[in-house]
Design a protein around this ligand. Structure first.
Ligand SMILES: Nc1ncnc2c1ncn2[C@@H]1O[C@H](COP(=O)(O)OS(=O)(=O)O)[C@@H](OP(=O)(O)O)[C@H]1O
Length: 235
């Protein structure tokens, strides 16, 4: 959770949420690159309590959409900001089902989900799924319709949600150095992500930055080709 790998050059401003629909057993090259990886202890839960539907009504369902990565890509920010939407309900902590606790079974996994009413989307985020070789096939075995999200661009359309969450929901918090919510879900108070998010970073030797950019350039180019979009990560 805390040590995303490998280190990638950072974008200077806040990450926007985005998506890719991954066909778990299809030919998607990214999926084939998922490598093995163990993961322990999700300690983000303090900043993201599990929230229930109003009056605790509804039923627990397996997620229809999962944020699978990437680590340190702003996955927590995406989930916290997305759950402001009345049609989105999300597990608070990272379930780590498809990488760590798969043996516990789908019933166990479903219990971790919040209750939802008809029409609401159940979501979770566990970015280590992206680096877990078995995760794509396991998710596919649960449901071939699960939407898989990687933080990149816009996400509300992908999930079939009305575009309700806009910049009006946010303010820029100078101390934090990031956008924060004016009101968290089910609360009237402003909400920034916890201390483990938006940390200050050391200055990196320009030579190291250059080498990292050189290393990632061919992968970025391939990715731009795949998605038909230029993300400008090479500047
Ligand atoms: N609005 C907002 N507030 C706080 N932090 C934000 C925000 N948007 C993006 N980020 C960036 O998210 C980085 C953490 O990403 P993840 O949540 O995916 O991390 S993790 O892999 O689950 O540990 C985190 O990285 P660090 O700065 O290294 O902590 C932030 O740069």
């Amino acid at each position: 959770e805390r040590c995303g790998s490998p280190p990638a050059p950072r974008r200077p401003s806040g990450h926007l949420a985005g998506f890719l629909r991954w066909h778990a057993l299809g030919g998607n090259e990214l999926l084939r690159k998922w490598t093995g990886g163990e993961h322990h202890a999700d300690s983000e839960a303090d900043s993201s309590p599990t929230r229930l539907s109003p009056l605790g009504e509804g039923t627990k369902k397996l997620p229809q959409a999962i944020i699978v990565g990437v680590k340190k890509g702003g996955t927590r920010a995406l989930l916290e900001f997305l759950r402001v939407h009345p049609d989105v309900r999300a597990a608070g902590a990272e379930p780590h089902f498809f990488d760590r606790d798969y043996d516990k079974g789908l019933r166990w996994y479903r219990e971790l989900m919040p209750k939802t009413l008809e029409g609401q989307i159940t979501m979770e985020k566990t970015p280590s799924y992206f680096v877990t070789r078995e995760a794509p096939a396991r998710i596919y075995a649960m449901s071939r319709d699960t939407k898989l999200i990687v933080v990149l661009g816009r996400v509300q359309d992908f999930l079939g949600l009305k575009r309700i969450i806009t910049d009006k929901h946010f303010y820029f918090n100078q101390t934090k150095g990031f956008p924060c919510l004016k009101k968290a879900e089910g609360s009237s108070k402003p909400h920034c992500l916890g201390k483990t998010k938006g940390r200050t970073h050391p200055n990196i030797d320009p030579e190291v930055v250059r080498r990292l950019r050189d290393f990632y350039r061919p992968f970025n180019m391939k990715f731009y080709q795949m998605t038909g979009r230029v993300f400008g990560w090479d500047d």
